[in-house]
Design a protein around this ligand. Structure first.
Ligand code: RB5
Length: 148
């Protein structure tokens, strides 16, 4: 599976750690930045990462900012993106199983590297269950389509 990963400065160090963790596990990982701790704007990173998913180049994404919230808000403004900000493994598992989330977000100032590894494992290990959950996810996407 090809993944896209990105962060702002608040998530930079954790992003680098998680990127290496995923590469070591055999994932093909595309990094859209940021590439230093210099201040930058998380919507720019979210946009660049989501474009990789929208084009089909990457299947899923991992985004990190200070809290995980700003970058998930920005990602969820991008068409076709279902981003979930998680700091526990139960939620990270179920956003795949029930919500078909195509982006996982978390905060570099909230979770440590050990928990972040468990979050990405939980998120990436399952597959969308479909069925009644597909009806609900389709309604989410219909909401997006009907916005002016
Ligand atoms: C940057 O200081 C910080 O606001 C950002 O990383 C993020 O936490 C926003 O939601």
């Amino acid at each position: 599976m090809k993944l896209v990963i990105g962060s702002d400065h608040g998530g930079y160090e954790l992003k680098e750690d998680v990127k290496q963790y995923l590469i070591d596990k055999g994932y093909d990982v595309e990094d859209v930045g940021t590439f230093s701790t210099a201040s930058c704007d998380y919507p720019d990173i979210a946009k660049a990462a989501c474009a990789k998913i929208q084009s089909g180049e990457c299947e899923r994404g991992i985004l990190v900012c200070g809290t995980g919230v700003g970058i998930s808000m920005a990602a969820n403004k991008c068409k076709g993106i279902r981003a979930a900000c998680c700091s526990d493994t139960f939620t990270a598992r179920y956003v795949t199983l029930h919500n078909d989330a195509n982006v996982l977000c978390f905060g570099g100032r909230v979770v440590g590297a050990g928990l972040a590894h468990e979050l990405v494992d939980a998120y990436l290990s399952g597959t969308f269950e479909g069925g009644r959950h597909k009806i609900r996810v389709d309604k989410i996407m219909a909401l997006e389509a009907e916005q002016l």
